[in-house]
Design a protein around this ligand. Sequence first.
Ligand code: 13P
Length: 256
Amino acid sequence: MNRRYRRTIIAGNWKMNKTPAEARKLVEELKPVIAKAKWCEVVLCVPFVDIPIVVRLLKDTRVAVGAQNLHQDESGAFTGEVSGAMLKGAGCKYVIVGHSERRQYVGETDALVSEKVRAALDAGLRPIVCVGESLPQREMGITKDLVTLQVKTALTGIGVDQLKKIVFAYEPIWAIGTGKTATAEQAAEVCEHIRTVIRKIYGARPARSVTIQYGGSMNAENSEELLSMLDVDGGLIGGASLKAKDFIAIVNAANQ
Ligand code: 13P
């Protein structure tokens, strides 16, 4: 974290977990603590159907609500899809874009991710853009080249004013849901690389204000060390965001 230049953001990604009733229970447990976090912003990225209840429960707090995906078009005949304007209207501030699970299971490409980043910004949402390599890609030594391409493509056509609204999340696929966390050094190396890519496009000052999170088996035990790295400005947390005690511990580690 480097709070002098950028916000620390801890975001829970609930993925396909929690019915509205379960969401209410979890938020009621989380709220007394996360609503008090002063030094980091807390975001809950919840399933579409949970957005209304979570927005309502967090109404008078600084905790933000996010979605996990949006469609790239404004509206139209896209059965089953949800637009940025709908999410904004429902009370979302953030939306995850290009999560590796969507790249892997739904075939989202870098080009589509770039369209979705623009759609999110146009709707007044802050996209959390996920990038990261698979294990074979890491072993081939192409992590940085791949991440460079993912970041550059996501930023196609994005002006410096809009850059301020974008959050990046470095999520190595081999660390997601596996219990195998990247070391703090590995996380910091790629987060720093992402900032370098941004610096080359927009210059030093805009680049140093971008929040770059780490995600992948971040938990109560390892969060403090990961967040101690200067270029790791927060976390995108899957499994550990589903249990109040664990998520609170991570928020506390970021809120010191
Ligand atoms: P886990 O924290 O469960 O590894 O998931 C990370 C993730 O994919 C967050 O978007």
